[in-house]
Design a protein around this ligand. Structure first.
Ligand code: ADP
Ligand code: MG
Length: 724
């Protein structure tokens, strides 16, 4: 079958698809967390003392002893085997941002050859995958390979199923034999610890007597695209790179804004509900789902949880979204920009910090002006964004996310913070050395007696800000849809820890000098705003004026590409920030730069190879086939003395030649061997390779609009985006 016939057949198959069998779902209370070994289950199966020890460790980070680990291991095994598990795996999160697993059976055989099962505390606690086989940024050389996965009791173990069996999954950290972090989890736990200690110091200075351990929270909104798998199978770029490397725009895109919050197609709703059913079983509180801005784009948001658990759950959510899509005849694209010319996908990371005694420290309450704790924590965030904008940009840098950030699509690659009019008003007063009061939201009354009046929010939303205050949390909107939330959470917790330490030092000095509490807070925050208030911006982050003002007047950095962003990991500020807070040693940090740079280079090079391959083996042949059809038609017309306008043939010929010339240039660029430093190599990818890829694509996309539809081999944008 030719490429174009396959395309026609794929469309036929979709439109004649059998309706997907709808499973009978059970009520929420029957399925909630049935596949997770939660505290509730531990309470049922552990002795009182063992349970108390685990609970304390989960809630406060207190140490667990080995005897308790043995008891937990036995209970976990019994629970898992009762659910059909024969295998267990330590799950960990290497620096690539992926999820990794190493599976083992519970089985061993005894002296008589009988199969018995074994799972001790030490097997629960520690596993040993090869530390050199994962990207480790030179921390491990191949001949020094030992790496350990170590159980993280703060994140619940869970069971996954395939039609042929079930596996117990144990969330872990991943470290080298030298005790250095090879993963995304250790820094997250350390950043939380640093934030807790700095926050406690500030709260104690503010006269709080009882301060429970503080934890950061995260709720991550996940955007994604669904494309029918019959079409996706014919797009090697979607399969290998997760995005279309070619494709002319469809006549209709998102210009009608008719998809956003529109009625969800039934087939998609069935899929979403299946995803949610699985997430509920895993104890993941999926809460919201809706259509997104682009056609074919959707969103899923969970109810927020402790950052560490939320991070694991987010990884699991991405896995479930993708594996369930296959069962429903879709491919789920998590890439930041699967389709040129229409909105890409982000992952808004909602973040706050709090504890059981002071509550959410980023909740201003109804009178923010007299909530001094809130003002200090909010001030700490402002300082953090101002000082560490380049770090925040670096942790969201990836080849995929470059297509959103700084590429004329929101959010901009300039890190500023949006507070909303009410909170910005209070900080404006602070700049003047006083706090008078704060605006109230007031009541929304439409004057229609049948519509109940309600309390309005005191501030509006701003969709153009990369980092926005949204009432009781900050929303880091610039994170890419495919990325792990851990990098952003580590950066936010760490910058907060650093800023809270600064605030504590300043506050301590003021209070020691005899200042009264409110006056001391105003003095400290006034100084903070003088130094860092430039990061606060409430206007249109997409506008050209802002780009100019941010850079020229306010001294903020516009960092468009990953190649420009990643070197921040090597800057003295960032090294000092992570070292002083104990989150990452200079060596651990350096290894991150290496791994991320390598990933960036590899992903662009893979895409470039695919561009060459598709241009040569799919697009050029289709163009030639059509050209020879035209030539034949021209010849037979000439036989009849009919003259044909040959402008179409000329365009196709010249575009084909130009495309192949660009392909050759791209192949030469890819063959270049000596790139000097990692930084130079990244710049080469960002500038030379990417622009040559665009050049090839430009010609190919023109060809798509010139060549007869029936010979075109690649499914088109309108088919991938609109056929469900
Ligand atoms: P929107 O799209 O309007 O921003 P969503 O309902 O899609 O809002 O997502 C908001 C996310 O923020 C949810 O995951 C929610 O649980 C989370 N969230 C709410 N409050 C907090 C908080 N205090 N800390 C962290 N995340 C929060
Ligand atoms: Mg949302």
């Amino acid at each position: 079958m030719s490429g174009s016939e396959s395309r026609a057949q794929a469309i036929y198959q979709i439109t004649n698809r059998e309706p997907i069998a709808i499973k009978k779902t059970k009520p929420l209370d029957k399925i909630w967390a049935t596949d997770a070994f939660t505290l509730v289950k531990m309470e049922e199966s552990l002795s009182k003392t063992a349970f108390k020890a685990v609970k304390k460790s989960v809630e406060t980070g207190a140490a667990l002893d080995h005897a308790t680990a043995d008891v937990v291991a036995a209970a976990m095994k019994d629970w898992a085997m009762s659910k059909g598990a024969k295998f267990y795996t330590h799950v960990f999160y290497p620096m690539t941002g992926a999820t990794a697993e190493k599976h083992d059976g519970f089985i061993i055989s005894d002296a008589s050859g009988k199969a018995i099962t074994e799972f001790t505390g030490s097997l629960l606690i520690k596993g040993e995958p090869d530390g050199s086989s994962f990207p480790n940024g030179s921390i491990r050389v191949t001949n020094a390979a030992r790496g350990y996965t170590v159980w993280d009791p703060t994140s619940p173990a869970y069971i996954t199923h395939t039609p042929n069996g079930s596996t117990l999954n144990i969330p872990c950290v991943f470290i080298s034999w030298t005790g250095e972090s090879l993963d995304k989890k250790v820094p997250l736990l350390r950043s939380n610890k640093a934030m807790n200690s700095a926050a406690t110091r500030v709260l104690k200075l503010m006269g709080e007597k009882d301060v429970a351990p503080l934890n950061s929270s995260c709720g991550a909104e996940q955007e994604y695209f669904l494309v029918d798998s019959n079409l996706a199978a014919l797009r090697p770029d979607l399969i290998l790179a997760g995005r279309t490397l070619f494709g002319a725009p469809a006549a209709k895109g998102q210009e009608f804004d008719d998809h956003y919050f529109g009625a969800i197609p039934e087939r998609v709703q069935v899929y979403m509900q299946d995803v949610e059913d699985k997430l509920y079983r895993l104890g993941i509180p999926a809460k919201t789902h809706h259509n997104e801005v682009a056609p074919g784009q959707f969103e899923l948001a969970p109810y927020y949880e402790a950052a560490n658990v939320a991070a694991d759950h987010q990884q699991l959510t991405m896995t479930v979204l993708q594996s369930t899509a296959k069962q429903h005849g879709f491919i789920c694209l998590l890439h930041e920009k699967p389709f040129a010319g229409i909105n890409g996908s982000g992952k808004h990371v909602n973040w706050s910090v709090g504890n059981s005694t002071q509550g959410n420290l980023l909740d201003p309450g109804s009178t923010p002006h007299d909530n001094l704790n809130f003002l200090l924590f909010c001030g700490a965030v402002i300082r953090g964004v101002h000082l560490h904008g380049p770090l925040l940009r670096a942790v969201i840098a990836s080849a995929g996310n470059d297509h959103r950030l700084g590429a004329n699509e929101a959010p901009p690659a300039i890190l500023s913070v949006y507070l909303g009019s009410q909170i910005e008003g209070v900080f404006d007063q602070i700049r003047d050395g006083k706090i008078d009061g704060s605006d109230e939201g007031g009541i929304m009354d439409l004057g229609l007696s049948q519509i109940l009046p309600f309390a309005k929010d005191p501030g509006d939303r701003n969709r153009t800000s990369p980092f926005a205050f949204t009432g009781n949390r900050f929303e880091f909107r610039a994170v890419g849809s495919e990325q792990s939330v851990t990098g952003p959470l580590v950066a936010m917790n760490t910058m907060l820890a650093d800023s809270l330490e600064w605030i504590a030092d300043e506050l301590e000095a003021e209070l020691k000098g005899g200042a009264e509490q409110t006056a001391a807070v105003i003095t400290v925050l006034k100084k903070l705003m003088e130094l860092h208030g430039n990061a606060v911006f409430g206007g249109d982050g997409y506008s050209a004026e802002w780009h100019k003002e941010a850079v020229e007047v306010r001294g903020l950095k516009n960092i468009p590409t990953t190649a420009d962003a990643l070197p921040a990991f090597k800057s003295d500020d960032v090294i000092k920030l992570f070292e002083s807070t104990g989150v990452l040693s200079p060596r651990e940090l350096a290894s991150r730069f290496e791994v991320y740079a390598e990933q960036y280079i590899l992903s662009i090079e893979v895409e470039a190879k695919l561009v060459i391959d598709l241009a040569k083996t799919s697009i050029y042949p289709a163009a030639m086939r059509y050209l020879s059809d035209l030539a034949m038609a021209g010849a037979s017309m000439a036989d009849m003395d009919i003259e044909l306008d040959n402008s179409a043939a000329k365009t196709i010929a010249s575009e084909s030649n130009a495309m192949m010339a660009a392909v050759e240039k791209l192949a030469d660029a890819l063959a270049k061997e000596d790139h000097g430093s990692e930084e130079d190599h990244m710049q080469f990818c960002a500038n030379d390779i990417r622009s040559l890829m665009d050049e090839v694509r430009g010609h190919a996309d023109t060809l798509e609009t010139e060549v007869a539809d029936e010979v075109w081999p690649l499914p088109k944008y309108q088919e991938m985006l609109f056929i469900k």
